[in-house]
Design a protein around this ligand. Structure first.
Ligand SMILES: [Zn+2]
Ligand SMILES: [Zn+2]
Length: 128
C-alpha cells in the first residue's frame, strides 16, 4: 500500500507511515493502492479505480460517550448533554419541554449509550 498522506510505498499495513509519521490512511493526497495524487474530496482513485479508504476515527466526534451518557441520564432534564455537544437550540427546547417530559431525555440517553448520538458537526459520539 501507499501512504495516503505522503505517497510513500509501505510494506504491509503499518499503523504509522515511516515516511511522514502520520497514520497512512489519515491523509487524503495519495491513493493507497497505486500512489497516484488524489483530490481531498475524491471517493475513488481516478487512475486505478480503487475506493479510497478513510480513517474511520477521523469521522468520529472527539466528545466523550461516557460524559454524554452520564449527562443525559442525570441532567438530561435540562438538556445539559445537548449543550455539551454544542446543540444549543435543542438544548433550550429540552429545558422548555422538561426533557420532552422525560421521554426525549430517555431516548437521548439510550442513543448516547448506543453511540448513536451526534455532535453539532454530525459526527457520531462513539469514543468512551
Ligand atoms: Zn507518509
Ligand atoms: Zn489509485
Amino acid at each position: 500500500m501507499y501512504c495516503r498522506n505522503c505517497g510513500k510505498e509501505l510494506t504491509g499495513e503499518p499503523e504509522i507511515c515511516l515516511g511522514c509519521g502520520a497514520k497512512p490512511l489519515r491523509g487524503s493526497d495519495f491513493c493507497q493502492s497505486c500512489g497516484a495524487n488524489t483530490s481531498t474530496l475524491a471517493e475513488v482513485c481516478v487512475k486505478c479505480g480503487a475506493r479510497l479508504s478513510r480513517d474511520e476515527a477521523a469521522d468520529v466526534s472527539p466528545k466523550s460517550r461516557l460524559a454524554v451518557s452520564l449527562l443525559a441520564w442525570f441532567l438530561g432534564f435540562w438538556g445539559i448533554h445537548r449543550f455539551y455537544l454544542g446543540k444549543i437550540g435543542t438544548g433550550i427546547l429540552m429545558i422548555l419541554t422538561l426533557g420532552g417530559l422525560g421521554i426525549w431525555q430517555l431516548i437521548d440517553f439510550i442513543m448516547a449509550v448506543a453511540g448513536a448520538m451526534k455532535d453539532k458537526n454530525g459526527k457520531p459520539i462513539k469514543k468512551w
